[in-house]
Design a protein around this ligand. Structure first.
Ligand SMILES: Cc1cc2nc3c(=O)[nH]c(=O)nc-3n(C[C@H](O)[C@H](O)[C@H](O)COP(=O)(O)OP(=O)(O)OC[C@H]3O[C@@H](n4cnc5c(N)ncnc54)[C@H](O)[C@@H]3O)c2cc1C
Length: 374
């Protein structure tokens, strides 16, 4: 059986006629079947519990996953951010300790970088980590916009270990276990979609036993993530985008909007830009040396997805604008898929580095233009 057939058969058999599994149970199933971390390298045939796959097979897995009706992953921060960081900068002991539970779908991670005064300007981090007598560090400070912190067992936290240090000096990346009552508090942030995927996280002397990449090297490690091979997840994301665009086109056809030359032109533009994104992703797939590629990709998809959200609402006419009243106190209004797409896509040009920051990176590091004044 070829790899695509195997992936499809597994997803079909797991998802057919069964109610949507709860996110944790689903991660365990993925882990048990060996589908987590399939891109992780290993030496001499050794793995960290993951299944080995070629780059082409990783693309196939991601594409088929996006095509299926499989649930959104809650394990992706551990698999796609923490794991590549550990693989590049961690010790063998750290890899052996942390990667297998991620591969089994048992341990979930969140990313503690942003702070109220340190988002785009990440070097403004004020959270501190001071050594404690028993070994390790005590972490104190506040993180914000921490996605999935309520589901997470661990957080990788960028904190200041150099006393009196400033900017990108004296930072370390620490691994912090989340189950520390009284020392870590997670407060959900209610979004305009009515849901709370991200959170504020308060650390009050939380214990961390280890750094990744050594004390004082946090900036290098944090930035190293940007050099992690890109492309596989982007291609899968584009399958999801294509499905959303197809849905908008189907609505436009059904209600006649597609006959309007202005809407038609906008739909065609979305289609053509998606084709460009795919070309860019394929061109840069597996490359690590092109400093512009991640920024160009982010600029292409963030704005595209936001425009798709706007178009989806407009194409839907009145139905796009009017929400149904809900009787739940948690979400006072119910959103249609189109409305959810519109509202959530407002974040697309912000997270993972805003559009303005991507343009600065391209201008300064790729085109060699003068640095912006500080
Ligand atoms: C959905 C979502 C999930 C997130 N998940 C996480 C997470 O899990 N972990 C985490 O650590 N963070 C997370 N973030 C935070 C995200 O990384 C930050 O929001 C982002 O880096 C921007 O920082 P900020 O919000 O502080 O905005 P600011 O940095 O205050 O920026 C505000 C505006 O000013 C612009 N701006 C800032 N500096 C410049 C400049 N030099 N030149 C031109 N324009 C500039 C920005 O582009 C932006 O438009 C998430 C954010 C979102 C929206």
């Amino acid at each position: 059986m070829d790899f695509r057939t195997e992936v499809r058969a597994w997803l079909d058999s797991r998802l057919a006629d069964t109610p949507a599994p709860n996110p944790r149970a689903w991660e365990r199933e993925l882990g048990k079947a060996g589908w987590i971390g399939i891109g992780w390298p290993g030496e001499d045939g050794e793995t960290y519990g993951n299944r080995r796959a070629t780059l082409a097979e990783q693309v196939v897995w991601a594409e088929e996953y996006a095509r299926s009706a499989a649930p959104a992953r809650i394990g992706h921060i551990g698999e796609n951010l923490l794991a590549p960081t550990l693989i590049t900068y961690g010790t063998e002991e750290q890899k052996r300790r942390h990667l297998p539970p991620v591969a089994r779908g048992e341990t979930f991670w969140c990313q503690g970088y942003s702070e109220p005064g340190a988002g785009s300007d990440l070097a403004g981090i004020r959270t501190t980590a001071v050594p404690v007598g028993t070994g390790g560090y005590a972490v104190t400070g506040q993180k914000i916009w921490t996605s999935l912190a309520r589901d997470a067992d661990w957080c990788f936290v960028l904190a200041r270990t150099g006393p009196g240090s400033t900017r990108h000096h004296g930072l370390s990346l620490l691994l912090v276990e989340m189950d520390q009552p009284g020392r870590i508090e997670v407060r959900p942030i209610r979004q305009m979609t009515g849901t709370s995927e991200f959170n504020e996280v308060f650390f009050d002397g939380a214990r961390a036993s280890e750094t990744v990449g050594g004390e004082g090297n946090g900036w290098q490690v944090a930035m190293g993530l940007l050099a992690v091979e890109r492309g596989v997840s982007t291609l899968a994301q584009q399958i999801g985008f294509a499905q959303e665009l197809d849905q908008v086109i189907a609505t436009a056809r059904a209600n006649g909007t597609a006959e309007d030359p202005v809407f038609r032109a906008r739909l065609v533009r979305q289609w053509a830009e998606l084709a460009t994104m795919r070309h860019h992703a394929l061109r840069t797939l597996g490359t690590t040396g092109d400093p512009a590629a991640p920024s160009v990709a982010k600029l292409l998809w963030g704005g595209w997805h936001q425009r798709l959200g706007e178009l989806a609402v407009e194409v839907s006419g009145e139905a796009g604008a009017v929400g149904a009243r809900s009787w739940s106190a948690e979400t006072p209004y119910e959103l249609t898929d189109v409305q959810h797409l519109f509202l959530f896509s407002r974040a697309d040009t912000i997270y993972g580095g805003s559009d303005e920051i991507q343009r600065n990176i391209i201008a300064e590091r790729v085109l060699g233009l003068p640095r912006e004044p500080r």
